[in-house]
Write a protein that binds this ligand. Structure first.
Ligand code: 5AD
Length: 320
């Protein structure tokens, strides 16, 4: 699909044929497997000023914590015991992590439990030499959403930061051999349908191996508080179009979709998605890591994993 077709599709009254096409392509290219990933949020410190995010440095009411490498590895050990085979290490842009040393020790620790466990990093715009060191140290994948391709909106949302620098890092990741994930938010203030089409085409430009597409959720302690949340339906349209544009990509049902609507989460699996990620941190950290507001119950990692697998089976799919 070209830009014009993408813009038109996003605005259709009836999107059914695209939903069906996306589901068909997902079945052919990815089969019925749904990949389950564990997310370990290693630090809630962040030097970035992103106006939508609850972890932005200006939010004085955010609870800040950081883990050391041993703690990351201990949590990974429990997640591996519960059945997880991919650890996503995600954090704010914490200066303590900028040289990559803590992450490197964490990767080594995780790989020494089981060398087949995949490690995905999501730690912001790290320097190329640091990314290389982490790749050489065993990291397999990296997630860095471009957030929006609308340059004016990008600079409004990230004062002092440029879209082209972020895209550069995505190219660095590809060149370094990472399986590379990007993505964007849907429903940001002043985001147009045209810019969403550009966001989708940007994924093909890299080209991305993975893409996280989630609705914007208003956070009360940010400069954008009071803005409307993004539409989950429009988000699902974007996921379907991403499946059509990038047939082989791994496309998660994002956590943000599940927070706004549990039913949407299920629908998104039938409209192109094939991945789900689960936070495996202890509750005290889940409560502190608030990118957007979300109520999380006290849960047992093993029980939660079983429930997730049952949910996937109930959709006629295979948890992997
Ligand atoms: N609503 C939805 N998604 C958000 N993110 C950050 N803040 C919000 C919010 N308020 C997303 C960004 C980031 C990812 C980790 O979470 O796209 O890349």
């Amino acid at each position: 699909m070209n830009r014009k077709e993408t813009i038109e599709a996003l605005q259709l009254d009836d999107f059914t044929s695209f939903y069906n096409k996306a589901n068909e392509i997902r079945k052919i290219e990815k089969g019925d497997d749904v990949f389950i990933r564990a997310i370990i949020e290693f630090s809630s410190y962040c030097k970035m000023p992103c106006k939508y995010c609850g972890l932005n440095r200006k939010n004085e009411s955010a609870i800040r914590y950081r883990m050391d490498a041993d703690e990351i590895v201990d949590i990974a050990k429990d997640a591996i015991a519960a059945g997880y085979r991919t650890m996503v290490l995600q954090g704010g842009e914490d200066p303590m992590f900028a040289d990559g040393e803590i992450l490197l020790r964490a990767i080594h620790g995780i790989k020494s439990i089981d060398s087949d466990v995949a490690v995905t990093l999501s730690a912001g715009e790290l320097k190329r030499d640091v990314l290389k060191k982490l790749k050489d140290g065993g990291a397999n994948r990296y997630l860095l959403r471009h957030e929006t391709t609308d340059e004016k909106l990008y600079e409004f949302l990230h004062p002092g930061h440029k879209l082209k620098d972020r895209i550069r890092v995505l190219h660095d990741l590809k060149e370094l051999g990472y399986e590379t994930g990007s993505g964007f938010m849907v429903g940001l203030p002043n985001q147009s349908v045209e810019s969403l089409a550009n966001d989708l085409l940007q994924l093909t430009e890299i080209p991305c191996d993975m893409a996280g597409i989630g609705p914007y959720i208003s956070h009360p302690d940010t400069e954008l508080s009071g803005n409307e949340n993004g539409s989950v339906e429009l988000t699902r349209r974007c996921v379907s179009l991403a499946r059509i544009l990038l047939p082989k990509a791994n496309l998660p049902v994002t956590t943000a979709v599940g927070v706004l609507s549990p039913e949407e989460r299920l629908k998104t699996f039938s409209n192109g998605a094939n991945v789900i990620m689960r936070k495996v941190n202890p509750k005290k950290y889940k409560d502190a890591y608030k990118i957007y507001p979300a109520e999380l119950d006290e849960t047992d990692i093993v029980k939660e994993r079983i429930e997730l697998e049952n949910m996937i089976r109930s959709l006629g799919r295979v948890p992997v």
